[in-house]
Design a protein around this ligand. Structure first.
Ligand code: IMP
Length: 429
């Protein structure tokens, strides 16, 4: 890799980041996760074998790459160890030499998972992944969190956990949770898990600084997508972290000028898991059939929870917003082959509001807008595409439309699940 690179999702997650990360991770010296937690699911196929990573950075599958779970991540010790064990069983080197964890990541403790589940049982839930992500980030912001490095002093940790515990128990009871929560069990388990992880801990900022000074190239691996960002996403139907490029710096310990080339990934259509507004969702008439087709052909089922994803047309209004928020250098376009075979494809180019039309993505009332579509001719199978000139004219037009609308070049196009089914145009690799 010629420079550092940050890869982000531009939609509501599930843009197919794993395939691209796999291509990029091979060229990077260090891969860093900087936000989210094990709500993510990055499915990587290596040597025909499928590996789903939720927490460990995708660089782990490339021998020469070091991997860091940065301070901006919320960290579930049990999940980390399970994932590590599965990788070990496949012969992957997961030693502390190449797998590092920031000593200041906030821990997802059992009561965070219980609180997440209890809130999800209430009316008007947002359909979280139930992994305890929101309650952990909430505690971090309220100064009630536990950072993993604190467990190196068990006496202090014990006292702190005790002081937190009563409130959590009361909260869970009030929320109607019937799950058991015992102080001693939580404390003992946390201490045991910690002993198995402590060798992986580093000061992430110092570690990345030394790599930078040694001229190493860093890949920042985003999770979820820009429309799930806690500030700029479709609040409150969002995740609890900042998913935008700006957070690659805060969540890792390098400076904002060091996040490098900013690459955003979008599917050629849209999907969303969980609740929340989705203007271009395929719901009625012929669109409903298109939605089902996309779900089946695109295998749109969550790799973390197995939930079916809602499907819809590409939304250029939302995409332009994501491009602006991230100050993207380039767009990567995935799953164009899923649209193959449709006589006509649609792209939303504006929203109809009660009092007129807009191309500005609104901060409020997204559930009330109606998409205004431009229709374009579809394309056939892409199996024989080897280079750009093999792309059907109609698909080239579709790509140009995205570039013109967003004012950003499309630098990577994925035409199928296999690694070779990719076209690269101008990525700084
Ligand atoms: P949480 O991140 O578990 O709190 O879930 C909040 C919202 O973000 C829900 O709508 C989830 O479905 C969505 N979400 C979280 N992680 C992902 C992801 O990796 N892909 C897609 N959606 C996600």
């Amino acid at each position: 890799m010629k420079q550092n690179l940050t890869l982000l999702g531009l939609q509501w997650g599930d843009e197919g980041k794993a395939k691209l990360i796999d291509v990029l991770a091979e060229k990077a010296d260090v891969v860093v996760r900087f936000q989210g937690g094990n709500n993510a699911g990055h499915t990587i196929v290596v040597g025909g074998e499928k590996t789903v990573l939720h927490l460990i950075p995708s660089g782990i599958l490339h021998e020469k790459t070091e991997n860091l779970i940065g301070n901006g991540v919320v960290f579930d010790m049990e999940v980390f160890l399970q994932e590590k064990q599965k990788l070990e069983a496949k012969g992957v080197d997961v030693s502390p030499n190449r797998l590092k964890v920031s000593e200041i990541v906030h821990l997802i403790l059992p009561y965070h998972r219980q609180l997440d589940r209890a809130r999800e049982n209430l009316k008007g839930s947002i359909g979280t992944t139930g992994r305890g992500i929101g309650p952990t980030y909430g505690d971090k912001a309220m100064r009630l969190g536990v950072r993993i490095g604190e467990l190196a002093r068990p006496k202090d940790f014990e006292e702190k956990l005790k002081s937190l515990f009563e409130e959590k128990k009361k909260l869970l009871k009030d929320l109607g949770s019937v799950e058991s929560l015992e102080f001693q069990a939580v404390f003992d388990q946390a201490c045991q898990l910690f002993e198995k992880i402590r060798e992986h801990l580093v000061d992430s900022a110092r570690y990345l600084r030394s790599k930078t000074e040694a001229g190493k190239k860093i890949l920042f691996e985003g999770a979820q997508g820009s429309l799930l960002d806690i500030d700029y996403g479709t609040y409150p139907f969002v995740t609890s972290s900042n998913t935008l490029a700006g957070f690659a710096s805060c969540g890792s310990g390098l400076g904002p000028k060091e996040v490098g080339y900013i690459l955003g990934l979008t599917k050629a259509y849209c999907t969303r898991v969980g609740s929340g507004p989705f203007p271009t969702e395929c719901l009625e008439g012929t669109d409903e059939r298109v939605g089902q087709w996309l779900a089946e052909k695109g295998n749109e089922f969550g790799s973390t929870t197995g939930r079916a994803r809602r499907c819809g047309w590409l939304d250029l209004v939302a995409l332009k917003r994501a491009k602006d928020l991230n100050a993207l250098d380039g767009i990567a376009l995935s799953k164009v082959d899923v649209l193959s075979g449709l006589p006509e494809v649609k792209l939303a180019t504006a929203y109809q509001l009660e009092d007129g039309e807009t191309q500005d993505f609104p901060n409020f009332g997204l559930e009330k807008v109606r998409p205004i579509y431009e229709k374009m001719e579809g394309w056939g199978p892409l199996d024989s595409v080897k280079s750009e000139k093999d792309l059907p004219q109609s698909l080239q037009k579709f790509i140009r439309k995205i570039e013109d609308y967003t004012q950003c070049p499309v630098v990577f196009i994925s035409t199928g699940a296999e690694r070779e089914q990719s076209l690269t145009r101008g990525l700084p690799l």
